[in-house]
Write a protein that binds this ligand. Structure first.
Ligand code: FCB
Length: 455
């Protein structure tokens, strides 16, 4: 019997730690005909944008199979479920679906964790200008209040936005996500209006709501310690992280970000008082983490594909053409993303120091692998990342829970159904759900709160 620090049998998580799984409306619901179109419907219908021309029309038919899916979550012993509400569905009068879902979750003892926006902007709002327009932020706050009116009596954990970086920069700069626009200046306007949307919505939610936001902060590392590479790291840190955490946590955009991007915009779309509005009290910060980024200075960059978000001729990084992205050596997932849990550790410790006392939730973490139901590589990935979280907890990070991405295979954005992140396998012909080895592994962890060594 070994008893080394790497013996994960010893890792026990705190009582009350939330063991959850995450999904998002567009990726699982289907039933597109019973709601307004979103920008993702339009994007899917645009030739060449989504792998195989796949769409969200049926997805994994969760809008029909939700009771069965909640029962499965119960069987897996999940304590919490992070789902998103479809804004287009709410506009079509379909909020009752979430009302019933929340009741069903509670009746299985599963804590509902609601995300208001996971990328599915109503197409009509995009036609009116989308996130680069200020009005979209006000519309979002109204929608938040409407959802709260129905659900806030039973839902305690509220996340305003999921990964606003992706909405702003993949949606409006690189164009690999909906709505597929490629204007660096508009992407910065979009980022600000997403921040504003968060602030306005947080202010509109009732006092009983515990409010957070799920960012996908980048663990960005310099290739070397040279001054030029450190400056590349600073630039990307500003565009990936501090453009959000600046106003969210400190009430101001960082000066270096404004200076770096001044050739594109004078930032006059930030009105007096906006930064204070964005700086609402937060009850938790959600951290979504998959892989770190390695950057260096390079006169011509190295092509915008290198950050692993899909094919495009346009960079998602405004005014950072002289930054090159590097693929770290070592193991990769089916997305081509390197497996490196130290990035998650660094981010959790960074926020622990940057925002003392602010509770942290890992709102997404997981990996795509081959379709097989026996998935030891996924178990290894999860085990390594959970061991890292355990280490961060021991070092003082106030991490309150973990939401595995994803409960089940689903529509992986521009990759369509070609990438599988689920701990539950979905047969896309029959919609049959089959828990993978990783689901059984995770169920044991959720039940005991202690890291098992394998099945
Ligand atoms: C995140 C998204 C989520 C899923 C995972 C793999 O960026 O929030 O919807 O696509 O990546």
């Amino acid at each position: 019997m070994t008893n080394t620090p790497t013996d994960t049998r010893e890792l026990r998580f705190p009582d009350g730690f939330l063991w959850g799984a995450a999904t998002a409306a567009f990726q699982i619901e289907g039933a597109a005909a019973s709601r307004e179109p979103s920008i993702w419907d339009t994007f899917c219908a645009t030739p060449g944008k989504v792998h195989g021309g796949h769409t969200g029309e049926v997805a994994v038919d969760h809008h029909r199979l939700w009771r069965q899916d909640v029962r499965l979550m119960g069987e897996l012993g999940l304590g919490a479920y992070r789902f998103s509400v479809s804004w287009p569905r709410v506009r079509s009068g379909g909020i009752g679906f979430y009302d019933a879902l929340v009741d069903e979750l509670l009746s299985h003892g599963i804590l509902p964790c609601l995300t208001l926006y996971h990328w599915d902007l109503p197409q009509e709002l995009e036609a009116a200008g989308g996130w680069p327009e200020r009005e979209t932020a006000y519309a979002f706050a109204e929608y938040a209040a409407q959802v709260a009116q129905v659900l806030a009596d039973r839902v305690e954990l509220w996340t305003t936005l999921n990964e606003p970086w992706c909405s702003a920069f993949l949606g409006y700069a690189s164009g690999v996500h909906a709505p597929g626009r490629t204007s660096p200046a508009d992407s910065l306007r979009a980022a600000h209006h997403l921040n504003l949307a968060h602030g306005l919505a947080a202010a509109a939610l009732p006092a009983s709501a515990k409010v957070g936001i799920a960012l996908n902060p980048s663990a960005v590392r310099p290739l070397t310690g040279s001054a030029a590479d450190l400056d590349a790291q600073r630039r990307i840190d500003a565009l990936a992280n501090r453009i959000f955490t600046g106003p969210l946590l400190h009430g101001a955009y960082p000066q270096d970000l404004l200076a770096d991007t001044k050739a594109l915009t004078d930032w006059s779309f930030v009105r007096p008082g906006d930064e204070a509005l964005i700086h609402q009290p937060l009850d938790f910060l959600g951290v979504n983490y998959y892989t770190p980024a390695v950057v260096s200075a390079a006169p011509d960059g190295n092509g915008p594909r290198a950050d692993g978000h899909g094919a495009t001729a346009h960079s998602p990084w405004p005014a950072a053409d002289t930054v090159a992205f590097h693929q770290p050596p070592g193991e990769r997932t089916d997305m081509g993303w390197s497996v490196d849990p130290t990035g998650l550790y660094d981010l959790l410790m960074r926020f622990t120091h940057e925002a003392p006392g602010l509770p942290l939730l890992v709102t997404e973490n997981g990996a795509a692998y081959a379709p097989d139901v026996h998935d030891p590589a996924r178990i290894d990935y999860l085990e390594a990342h959970l061991a890292t979280i355990h280490r961060a907890l021991a070092d003082g990070a106030p991490v309150g829970g973990y939401f595995l991405w994803s409960l089940m295979d689903n529509f992986e954005w521009s990759y369509g159904y070609s990438k599988r992140f689920g701990i539950v396998h979905v047969d896309y012909e029959t919609q049959a759900r089959t828990p993978r080895s990783s689901a059984h592994w995770y169920a044991r962890l959720a039940r005991t709160g202690a890291m098992p060594t394998g099945l």
